[in-house]
Write a protein that binds this ligand. Structure first.
Ligand SMILES: CSC[C@H]1O[C@H](OP(=O)(O)O)[C@H](O)[C@@H]1O
Length: 364
């Protein structure tokens, strides 16, 4: 979307295998709709690191396109020169996978997408480095399209579930889980968009989501662009809203979900889940199957990204905390499966959330 309500893509590719990646710069929203054009891997790495592109599926999709750029990026080879042979093209693409994997540690979609690209790189049999780029672009585009379809299916399953809450229902959400975070309509926001398109008129309470304000800057913007009723709240207002019955459900996204259903998501999600549990309000997670990590059972084993103190000590363009104050700035926290009413995936809803139910839905 843009300020004039036309549709813009958060992630797009221009050209063929020798083309370039365009990312909507989310650090500039909502004041400005601007873009970053990447023709090398470091540009993509930096965009992920500084959250110019963010959101678990969007990170994976962007990294997949970054691997395509790696094929002709001399920085990916010891020689510093662009790949001249098929073997050099494959080596450069694998180096791009390894480099992009160091950008952010929590969203498992990043590692899922890179592993899928590695699988293609190691098995492809193309006659030229140019053809290697074309083949990898096709895989990145397939990842992108699959996520778009997953978002739509999550929207369908989630709105089927939440429709029962009735028209005009209040729903709390946290951070941003929409078009800006995925290759399609989103995860939790896809459910809210689908409810709205069914005429259910959801009344969304969007947590501003400190410290980077994805809720205020991005979710409020996306919902308003699509005509969905949204009230922006500071994170600490969710508890009285749940207490007073103004919201009958909470729905959030995820960055990594373990085999038992423990879920890593934006910092503040765990507290919101505790509040919802106390007030007997159902708490849903919406995520595609690419967000599950069945190699991990317990949420305590999920790597949590630590970000810079300045994200907390600086706000409104100035310092808002004493110099040298100690700061703890984890980007995510973990909600145990026991606090999650259901997990909405493109395959259906997992509820109750047990390891048996997760493995049955997601795979062995
Ligand atoms: C649809 S996944 C969105 C997920 O990613 C966000 O984190 P970040 O903004 O740091 O990339 C947040 O945890 C959202 O729930």
């Amino acid at each position: 979307m843009s300020q004039d309500n036309t549709t813009v893509a958060a992630i797009s590719w221009t050209g063929h295998g020798d083309g370039f990646l365009t990312l909507l710069d989310q650090t500039r929203l909502p004041e400005a709709v601007t873009y970053v054009n990447c023709d090398n891997v470091e540009c993509v790495w930096q965009a992920i690191k500084k959250l110019a592109v963010r959101g678990a599926p969007a990170i994976g999709i962007s990294a997949a396109y970054g691997v395509v750029l790696g094929v002709r990026d001399g920085a990916m080879l010891p020689s510093g020169a662009a790949a001249a042979t098929v073997e050099e093209a494959k080596q450069a693409a694998l180096a791009a996978c390894d480099y992009l994997a160091t950008s952010r540690p929590t969203a498992v979609n990043l590692f899922w997408a890179l592993d899928r690209m590695r699988g293609v790189i190691t098995t492809l049999d193309e006659p030229s480095s140019g053809r290697v780029g074309e083949r990898l672009l096709a895989e990145a585009q397939a990842i992108h399209e699959a996520d778009r379809l997953q978002c739509a299916a999550i929207g369908r399953h989630g709105s089927d579930l939440l429709e029962a809450l009735g028209s005009g229902v209040g729903i709390v959400t946290h951070c941003n889980t929409g078009m800006l975070a995925t290759g399609g309509d989103g995860t939790a926001l896809a459910v809210l968009f689908a409810l709205s398109e069914r005429g259910m008129k959801p009344q969304v309470f969007a947590d501003e989501t400190r410290p980077l304000l994805q809720g205020a800057r991005l979710t409020a913007w996306e919902l308003m662009q699509r005509g969905v009723d949204v009230t922006l709240i500071c994170d600490s207002m969710a508890a009285p809203i749940l207490r007073d019955g103004k919201a009958k459900a909470v729905i959030v996204g995820a960055d990594r979900i373990t085999a038992r259903g423990d879920t890593a998501n934006k910092i503040g999600t765990y507290g919101l889940a505790v509040q919802a549990h106390y007030h007997k309000v159902p708490f849903y997670v919406a995520a595609p199957t690419t967000t599950f990590d069945l190699t991990i059972t317990f949420g305590s084993d999920i790597p949590i990204e630590q970000r810079t103190p300045e994200e907390i000590t600086n706000a409104f363009g100035r310092r808002t905390a004493p110099e040298d104050v100690q700061v703890d700035n984890p980007a995510f926290d973990v909600t145990p499966a026991e606090l999650i009413t259901g997990i909405i995936t493109e395959r259906g809803v997992i509820s109750p959330v047990t390891e048996e139910a997760v493995r049955a839905m997601i795979g062995a």
